[in-house]
Design a protein around this ligand. Sequence first.
Ligand code: NAD
Length: 451
Amino acid sequence: MENYADLIQKQRNFFTQGKTKDVTYRMEALGRLRLLIKQHEQELMDALKADLNKSEFDAYLTEIGILLEEIRFTMKHLKKWTKPRKVKSTIAQIGSKSYIYPEPYGVALIIAPWNYPFQLAIAPLIGAIAAGNCAILKPSELTPQTSALLSKMISNHFPEEYISVVEGDAETSTALLKEKVDYIFFTGSVPVGKIIMEAASKNLTPVTLELGGKSPCIVHEDANLKFAAKRIAWGKYINAGQTCVAPDYMYVHTSIKEEFLSELSQAIHELYGEDPITSGHFTRIVSEKHFIRLTTFLTNGTTIYGGGHDLSSLSIEPTVLSNITWADEVMQDEIFGPILPVLEYDDLSRMIDDVTARPKPLALYIFTENEGVQNQILSSISFGGGCINDTVYHLSSPYLPFGGVGESGIGAYHGKGSFEVFSHEKSILKQTTRFDLPFRYPTTKNALKKV
Ligand code: NAD
């Protein structure tokens, strides 16, 4: 196992010099990152195609365009975010002023997953740079082309004492986690999230954990079924369902179930065509292990759409399974693939009880025109974030902090949230020396004492 103590020490020495705290330095680094992404656009698309068979359209939408927008937004607001913020003082602190100074932690370790291998490494990096940190990125070993390209892009354009990419698998992560860093930002599975938090606890290193879980998608009896079907088909099958916030399973009101399933089948056909596997545009499953795990679910319930799969290309068709219950294998863990199980309900409160009895989801989607139903679900189920009458789209707004709750994660980022995640808020009370209030001292009388 390699030793990363030297790299981390190098970064710590560089951080101590104070360069990364200079706002101009941060802006220049963000500008360079933006330029790099633009210059490597085609190479990135090729790497994502090789690793996951991602289409250029999806690669641009979900890995490149989204980052360029995040950098633009960050650069636009960064100067304001970095300024000390004046806040109120209480009557007991009369004469003093109170401020919050955002300061960088130091060396940040960013561990990324394979499903959006470029976006989920760079999006936290934008926050780390913006907040004035040094950073080490550990991309996923399951997407080697993207990992190698990321490493090349960063090492050719940033000094390693500022930003560095360490390629490797779980063993590499473990070796990195043995060293003391100042912040750990992890995106990945719940079980590995627990390992990360345990490792961080040895040094009391603060963490953000962007995890996963089973995200429900509820279609109520009064929903606009055409829109629901299309938006669910898109959110579920983009990246072949390998999206942390993809609708994991459906809860559909019994009275509209048949009509909805027919709309859903039409929508999938419209979006992905007659034969998605051979179309060349449908993302593949990342590994044989995941392919085998997923195909075992295909015997659950009744397949009402898709179900076809091909081991040689690691592809599984967009699939819908009906007549599913919580006892089915597909309902035990996060699916993370293009298989959509459908449960039905006729009693809203009982359905809510079923969802709340399980770990808090990363995302939840509600399709209904009824504000009462929307509010009932929002107020009774705790989840990371989500949409009303849409899926997945909430994560593309820099104004909406993105993260989980409970088992789906700790902390939230995007937009100003990313700057805040990588900043410690240092609270400062600036006291007056014009007078000294006596009431806090045990030995003085209750009078204003001039000094
Ligand atoms: P993973 O947890 O297997 O791996 C994530 C990273 O951790 C990789 O870089 C991997 O090398 C490393 N790792 C693996 N085992 C490790 C160990 N024992 N110790 C230390 N590091 C280890 O996750 P994955 O399979 O790459 O990604 C899929 C999961 O990520 C899904 O659960 C998904 O929901 C979740 N995810 C969450 C978000 C989010 O933003 N909340 C985004 C994408 C994916």
